[in-house]
Design a protein around this ligand. Structure first.
Ligand SMILES: *Cc1c(COP(=O)(O)O)cnc(C)c1O
Length: 405
């Protein structure tokens, strides 16, 4: 397989639109990516032909929809190279997947038990653990981040110990673009008997993830950054890990037997899927994964890195610019501040040129604090972005800067 961004681009109707009289340059992909026609069509087709609730039915539509829903689960299992489809739990996103683990695994934790996080975590992988600190006296330990945006691995090893109950760290930072050394993190955690949850919301979009090769215990991600719909994501959990977890929410679909006096629970993954799931969205996510299977993802990753390099080279020598995150081998995310300008103003001026970037804390306040800033702007690339768009961004940023010089 080879990779042609132009023909990929053709499959995303929204990329043809104009913004403020200019061609849209969409560089807010780390917040959410656009959707190919194949995803929209799969969702529409389901609703036009087979739609029903899943699992409980004895009629044709219910069976067809259940089959489509479970086929989507199999697609997620393939994407992650999970050993079994029963290791895949559908959630409403990466946030819910992490909350599921924190709430369910966390229930048995006691005061003084430790969770190891890092300074580069998204709030989705901080706040659910703070709940355990507030309610149960669990201690949160944060791995520091180096000046160039790497995890300090010596500090990480030093934080591990007999009270470590879980390590929860992002596989790829949504601000720095840093790709963390997952194998090393996992090996060190396992050596002290602690399981590892990787927040894969960014990594899953850009890397080939193999949960078996990583030997990771839990892996969480969202559909909407992976060219799929909103409202759907997944949690991978090793079979024996999921089997040991109590339910997260209660309701239909997740039980064995319910009487007035007692209750038994279904096996994973259904134990963790209370109520009617996001059926159409799950099918959309399955379609996004099948669509990605038709793409040479390694070549796409090379293309994305070339986009990032183009921006770095285009801005080389700009003494008014402060990039955040320069780890070796990092992914295609460019976070920065412009001297004398607020990131929000930069984003608004770029929008006048049709360039969409995000500005703010990127749900990573501890990381902003680490770098001594209150916010930053961020351009993040997807496989459908082009070198011309990278140039357009550099050009628009140069113009935006003149407002503040
Ligand atoms: C986006 C993101 C999340 C949260 O995902 P939602 O889709 O908002 O649930 C968590 N972690 C990282 C690294 C992210 O980029």
């Amino acid at each position: 397989m080879s990779f042609d961004p132009e023909s990929v681009r053709e499959q995303f109707p929204i990329l043809k639109r104009q913004v403020n009289g200019r061609p849209l340059v969409y560089l807010d992909n780390a917040a959410s990516s656009q959707k190919p026609r194949a995803v929209m069509d799969a969702m529409t087709r389901l609703m036009e032909t087979s739609y029903s609730n899943v699992h409980r039915g004895l009629h044709t539509l219910a069976n067809e929809t259940t089959e489509a829903y479970e086929r989507a689960r199999a697609s997620v299992a393939r994407l992650l190279n999970a050993a079994s489809t029963s290791e895949i739990v559908f959630t409403k996103g990466g946030t819910e997947a992490i909350n599921l683990v924190a709430a369910s695994f966390g229930r048995s934790l006691v005061a003084g038990d430790e969770i190891v996080l890092s300074q580069m975590e998204h709030h989705a992988n901080i706040v659910p653990w703070h709940f355990l600190r507030e309610r149960q006296g669990v201690v949160l330990r944060f791995v520091p981040v180096t000046d160039d945006g790497r995890l300090d691995m010596d500090a990480y090893r030093a934080l591990l110990g007999p009270r470590t109950r879980m390590v929860a760290i992002s596989h790829m930072s949504n601000v720095l673009g840093t790709i963390n050394p997952a194998r090393e993190i996992i090996e060190a955690a396992h050596a002290v008997g602690a399981p590892v949850l990787l927040d894969g919301c960014q990594a899953i979009v850009h890397l080939n993830v193999d949960v078996q090769a990583l030997d990771v215990d839990f892996y969480a991600f969202s559909g909407h950054k992976l060219y799929g719909p909103t409202g759907i994501g997944a949690l991978y959990g090793k079979a024996e890990r999921l089997a040991a977890l109590p339910p997260y929410q209660g309701g239909g679909e997740m039980i064995g037997v319910v009487t007035q006096d007692e209750i038994t629970y279904a096996d994973p993954p259904h134990r963790f899927e209370a109520g009617t799931p996001a059926i159409v969205e799950a099918v959309g996510l399955g379609a996004a994964i099948e669509w990605l299977e038709g793409i040479d993802r390694e070549a796409a990753a090379v293309h994305e890195r070339a986009l990032y390099q183009r921006v770095v080279e285009g801005l080389n020598g700009a003494n008014w610019l402060r990039p955040i995150g320069q780890a070796p081998g990092k992914g295609a995310i460019f976070a920065f501040n412009v001297e004398g300008a607020h990131a929000h103003d930069i984003a608004q001026i770029l929008d006048r040129y049709g360039v969409a970037v995000r500005a703010g804390t990127h749900c990573a306040e501890p990381l902003m604090r680490r770098f001594g800033v209150t916010s930053s702007a961020r351009a993040s690339f997807a496989l459908y972005n082009t070198l011309d768009e990278a140039d357009a961004f550099v050009d628009a940023l140069g113009r935006a800067r003149t407002f503040f010089a």
